[in-house]
Design a protein. Structure first.
Length: 287
């Protein structure tokens, strides 16, 4: 523990808030950092009542803040954690930071199925979707696949920390490839695949393009390379009546609907909006 006068910490926070505003960074990130890395609680921050001891020095705190301010490191990577649904997930720059809108994939899965049998999260990253499915479907067995062994290590740690390690099976590989022995056995597939067109990547926020894994972002020339593959290969693994569910980019809904229709194995194709009204999710059933 480091001795740090409360007044000094309060002054640092006030200065950091002004720096955040000037740099177009949400000021709320400062309090979240102080909660995660300095061990302060929300009430103390609200009241401006800072303890004399925190878990790091002011110099260490300032170094971390400068990474956010000047190197544009995402605050989630600096803290090593992010909230998602009712969980706190460990994250690093080996995984995409789970977004709030992706939480709706779990709600759609729940609304579309009784949630039994085998379900899979393809491209699991931090394990967020697999964990959401395991929590929502206590009678299901969840399988989680990722090409990145570093991402899988984080997903497995999250499953262990949250008490789901016995219900989620992890596999390293590309999409369905590690599950070839389980063809026609799955009741549902959920995925948040890479869907950003390659040429758009350089124009993304520096927090994204400079720090988040491009493997989890780059969807090829039109952003649909991975989605095409999931549309083509999934019917081999899904039982009749099973759920196929993905997240996609704004503006891709018509193309994804057409690809599903053209493939011929899907029925009751649906496009769902996120809370901002963007057509964000595609859901279909295997005929």
């Amino acid at each position: 523990m480091a001795e740090l006068p409360g007044l000094q910490l309060w002054q640092w926070r006030q200065r950091a808030i002004q720096q955040a505003i000037a740099a177009n960074i949400p000021p709320r990130e400062i309090d979240w950092l102080l909660q995660e890395i300095a061990g302060l609680d929300r009430l103390a921050l609200r009241l401006g009542s800072f303890p004399k001891q925190i878990e790091l020095s002011l110099e260490e705190l300032e170094q971390l803040w400068q990474k956010r301010l000047h190197e544009r490191w995402p605050v989630q990577y600096i803290a090593g954690a992010t909230p998602w649904r009712k969980f706190k997930l460990a994250v690093s720059n080996a995984v995409l930071i789970p977004r709030p809108e992706t939480e709706f994939l779990i709600d759609l899965a729940v609304a579309s199925s009784e949630g039994k049998g085998h379900w899979v999260d393809l491209g699991t990253g931090s394990g967020a979707i697999a964990l959401g499915l395991a929590d929502a479907f206590p009678e299901a067995t969840i399988h989680a696949v990722d090409f990145s062994s570093a991402a899988l290590a984080i997903a497995q740690a999250n499953a262990e920390n949250l008490g789901f390690s016995q219900r989620i099976h992890f596999y390293q590989g590309s999409w369905w490839q590690p599950l070839t022995s389980m063809k026609c056995q799955f009741r549902g597939m959920v995925s948040n695949p890479p869907y950003i067109p390659t040429k758009i990547l350089p124009s993304l926020q520096p927090e994204v393009v400079n720090h988040e894994p491009h493997l989890a972002l780059d969807g090829g020339a039109d952003g649909l390379d991975c989605i095409r593959q999931l549309i083509e290969t999934s019917p081999t693994y899904l039982q009749p009546g099973s759920v196929w569910l993905i997240e996609m980019m704004a503006g891709q809904a018509d193309a994804v609907r057409e690809l599903l229709q053209r493939q011929g194995s899907y029925t009751n194709i649906q496009i769902h909006q996120d809370l901002a009204g963007i057509e964000r999710f595609a859901l279909a059933y295997v005929a």
